[in-house]
Write a protein that binds this ligand. Structure first.
Ligand SMILES: Cc1cc2nc3c(=O)[nH]c(=O)nc-3n(C[C@H](O)[C@H](O)[C@H](O)COP(=O)(O)O)c2cc1C
Length: 348
């Protein structure tokens, strides 16, 4: 038997009558399916605990997940191999905690509020793999290193050091908000994931089969930044450029750090190459660069994006020479050199 606990936001349209109807259907179905548990409703949030045999519980949970009367469902815990039930006499006890008068409900309300707040923050900061693992009832802290084939993408803002010397807080927030807004929309929409934010940049990754999507997203970021430079009134956004480096192949994914602090991250030569290529964009004069390994993956995922070979290059810190490529498109060529960007920033 397993016990599953999740929270979700009560849908805007779901009235108390609807929730009572959910309770009634649940009692009937759970009786049939051998499930027991409790459904708490409090300040727009459902907290549900369901227990029973794994197969029938997950069948029921699939229906629950697809139910439009709630959203943002997040599994908090899956207890496997539980020896006995906790809620033997409740097929699905539905409790409206907002209107409950019983004094013991007060600390429960407090705890639930804290849980929701912690979860809201965790969801924003924790790596996707960690959140996925929690959803599957795993303990991410116990994970060992594993190998994966991925597309890795690095991006950061050009001349950010010069920007930091001139910019005020509100302008910094505006600049980073605009850049990360454009980038994360393009990455997420195309099936990528942002693995790490690095102040003025980020690392993202895609499954190995999605090289074309990664390149398409890179182009979209460059084009949207260009459009923004042309339309904004902010002097810093007018000079907001970024470089993007892409590589692909086998990486190591896993927990790094010590007991005091851990991070779940991606490591390996592919990561270093993508990062070096990103830095090399300034010298190369093209805002998107990739290596032969990425190109090989690109050949397996059809795209109509024209590419251009720039030649052999030994990147900083690397022993081997790489063949460097870019997208053959005018938007991808920098229309200012990094020195010009820095000079203009200093003149703001
Ligand atoms: C928060 C929430 C909790 C639910 N809990 C259960 C449950 O424990 N058991 C159940 O069968 N359905 C539950 N449902 C309802 C299912 O989503 C689904 O509507 C129902 O199982 C369909 O039953 P039917 O096929 O008999 O119409 C829940 C729905 C919501 C929104």
């Amino acid at each position: 038997m397993i016990r599953l606990t999740y929270i979700s936001s009560i849908g805007k349209q779901a009235t108390a009558k609807d929730i009572r109807a959910i309770g009634a259907v649940s009692e009937e179905n759970n009786e049939r399916d051998g499930l027991t548990g409790v459904l708490l409703c409090f300040r727009g949030v459902f907290y549900q605990i369901i227990e029973g045999e794994e197969a029938s519980l997950y069948r029921c949970f699939d229906r629950i997940k697809a139910d439009p009367r709630h959203r943002d469902l997040f599994v908090l815990n899956v207890e496997k191999d539980i020896p006995e039930r906790m809620y033997t006499q409740w097929k699905m006890k539905t409790v409206f905690l907002d209107s409950e008068e019983y004094p013991l409900v007060m600390p429960i309300r407090n705890l639930l509020d804290s849980l929701t707040q912690t979860h809201r923050v965790l969801k924003q900061y924790a790596p996707y793999e960690v959140l996925d693992g929690l959803q599957n009832g795993e303990d991410p802290l116990a994970w060992e290193f594993k190998r994966e084939e991925l597309i890795v993408l690095f991006s950061d803002i050009i001349s950010f050091t010069a920007i930091t010397e001139k910019i005020n807080l509100a302008e910094m927030q505006e600049l980073l908000g605009a850049y990360f807004g454009i980038a994360s929309e393009a990455i997420v929409k195309s099936g990528g994931r942002i693995a790490k934010l690095t102040g003025d940049g980020f690392m993202a990754y895609y499954p190995a089969s999605q090289a074309a999507s990664a390149l398409q997203a890179s182009l979209e970021i460059i084009r949207k930044l260009k459009k923004q430079r042309e339309t904004t009134v902010s002097p810093f956004l007018k000079l907001a450029y970024c470089g993007i480096g892409l590589s692909a192949g086998s990486v190591v994914m896993g927990n790094i750090g010590a007991d005091t602090r851990q991070d779940y991250t991606i490591l390996g030569d592919v990561v270093n190459s993508a990062s070096r290529l990103e830095s090399y964009t300034r010298e190369a004069g093209h805002s998107i660069l990739f290596d032969d390994r990425f190109r090989n993956y690109l050949e397996k995922s059809p795209t109509i994006i024209p590419i251009l070979q720039l030649g052999e290059q030994t990147l900083k810190g690397k022993s081997k020479t790489l063949t460097v490529y870019t997208v053959d498109n005018a938007d991808v060529r920098f229309d200012r050199t990094p020195e010009e960007i820095t000079r203009e920033i200093r003149e703001i």
